[in-house]
Design a protein around this ligand. Sequence first.
Ligand SMILES: N[C@@H](Cc1ccc(O)cc1)C(=O)O
Length: 400
Amino acid sequence: MFATIDPLTGGLIWEVEGQKEKEQKEKNKVKYVEIKDVNIQFNPRPSRLSLEEKLKLLEPIGEELINKDELINLLKTKTFPICYDGFEPSGRMHIAQGLLRALNVNRLVDAGCIFIFWVADWFALLNNKMGGDLNKIKNVGRYFIEVWKAAGMKMHNVKFLWASDEINKRPNDYWLRVLDLARKFNVSRIKRCGQIMGRNDDEQDDKMAVAQLFYPCMQCNDIFFLEADICQLGMDQRKVNMLAREYADKASDAYKPIIMSHHMMMGLLEGQVKMSKSDLNSAIFMEDSAEDVKKKIKNAYCPPQVIKDNPVLDYTKEIIFGWRNKLLIQRKPENGGDKEYISYAELEADFISGALHPGDLKPAVTLVLNELIQPVRDHFTKDPEARALLQEIRSYQVTK
Ligand SMILES: N[C@@H](Cc1ccc(O)cc1)C(=O)O
């Protein structure tokens, strides 16, 4: 028998807890796994590149850039421009978030930027992730950081800030502007940001939680709170970044951030416009085995000579030629023999003409993807802390 305090009356409530319930409770307890603070590696280095070289390096990141003149001006005037991206820690990490994110961070770091990762733990809570369990959310956040570290992200210019910590350190700075944002925009404008939380804009009011109105106001405020010069988030987050620029027209103490939105990588199967954690068939995960990757690429949509909406070409362009400057296609002599491509354009031209067949491209892509993921697999096998963390988050059995 045990007692808890009734929050309403303050009286004691007596309950009987059986052995089974006790065991279940013990099982559900979220473990805190000790991990070294990754921010100790933070030791910013300026870039030695010229303005032209920096622009060339950054060009492939932005599917949309608002705008180029402002970016040029920033790179000319600031040694360490501040870029930011935020993420809700939940579920598993796919290669778009793992490999493409790391690649783009490295490009920005090489151009002298400081990259702030906003670990959006409170946002995940607002958005009902991980059953609303903040401890689980935090562990998933720590897992994501471990993945990026192992994937080769250049941590010397990268800082991880936890929303829950930073907001509590400077609550006035944070909340006053959130309130101001809430005063300056109407409900329909905020509702138009639904996509940033993975929601439809046309959700009915009685189906919508008030949290869905809080969230965009908070995310918009993050930009100013972190003093970000560049919002370097995915295309799916562009609406709230545009809101920040609109806000700058309304508030005298706000500036217009530069928006550099990266491409959303396609899902594996036909018609999947974006790789999504909630659609397990659409994604290659950073914890997939070499065999899984092989199977997934083998089954991926990749009709001969068709480049439109072809995910295998998308990965080749964005990831393979991003991380490597060449790709070797190994073929039997009767199929044309081996060929090494040193640019994506050259490979695409051969694919269109039919000189390069999907059956030969797929194994080459599989090989490189597996090479890129292998250090992550090794880290989670060899490092005891990382291994314990992975075991812990696997116990949540999350699919989303
Ligand atoms: N909305 C982002 C997470 C995020 C939260 C707050 C931010 O300031 C930025 C990004 C997502 O869905 O992943």
